[in-house]
Write a protein that binds this ligand. Sequence first.
Ligand code: TTP
Ligand code: MG
Length: 352
Amino acid sequence: MRKILHCDADCFFVALEIRDDPRLSGIPVAVGGQPGRRGVISTCNYEARAFGVRSAMASAFAKRLCPQLIILPHNMAKYQQAATAMRAVFLSYSDLIEPLSLDEAFIDVSHSLHCLGSATLIAKEIRRRIKKEVGITVSAGVAGNKFLAKVASDWQKPDGLTVIDPAREKFFLQRLPVTCIPGVGPTTSKKLHRLGLKTCFDIQKVEKSQLEAWFGQFGPHLYHLSRGDDDRPVKARENRKSISVEHTFSEDLKQIEQGYHFLEELSGRLSQRLENIDDTNRINGCFIKVKFADFKQTTMEMSTKEFSLHCYQQLFGKILAQGMEPIRLLGIGLKFHNLQGAIQGQRDFFNN
Ligand code: TTP
Ligand code: MG
């Protein structure tokens, strides 16, 4: 029986802004671009969520939903610093950590000797320490696998701890909505609902072959996860060469300004993917990709040691200087030194 924790900070960017300016607590606050500049919301606190404000929503629309919403600019250095401090807390309980984004990670504590080996006590300690050392709340889930640990950490957000011990697993799954299964988006969930399948318990009653007939390769995934079977290991970060995010616009962008503002949203998303400090230390370049309405694609890169919006704005300016067509797709990314490759290269050199 494995013991897996999933930790996810509550409204991460905004929580850090409120930590540094307590006058903001209790009122609707977001971090994102300004509405007048076609900005987008990166995240908001739960007070703002009560008005329907959400991540990736146009800031102008968010202001319409919640006129008193305060929208603060990004402060990436602050968010990265907090992520590093959180990671340091995780590391004091286990080496087996799989970061999913700046504020979210799986931690395998199956072999941890801390807290007498109790995963629940470890989760409590992690939450308490992050509150004290970083000044924000983290929701945590404890279970026997990744799927259930992630569902559990979401269960009582914000500032919640949910433990699904083996004895409660079956009961928990019975009422778990199908939308909690990873990979079930709006289309699949509609199809499942049409078939009368609303909870994991409903799916459990269907034969594997039938699920395969209905959902193809996704069928066995539904079959196993609905039973709470998930043997995916917690994997420490791979030695990646690059990460990127991109967006295809539903309507081509015609104004240069819109492109610049969308870069802010993309860089928010990229920072989410910038999983840990080892990666930030290994940055050696950034790149941008632009696809125009006529499907012509241009990429441009520059070397840099750090992640900054300014580099992308510069690259974007250079691409636009070559001519401006309506933009269909915009993407940005980071390149890393390949540590493993460099070490292997040295070994090969000495061995030959
Ligand atoms: P999340 O963990 O998805 O969101 P959150 O921490 O703000 O809120 P909660 O976990 O309580 O639901 O993302 C972490 C940070 O990543 C978030 O604070 C801001 C950033 N982000 C974006 O910039 N754009 C996005 O679309 C999303 C979802 C997050
Ligand atoms: Mg979060």
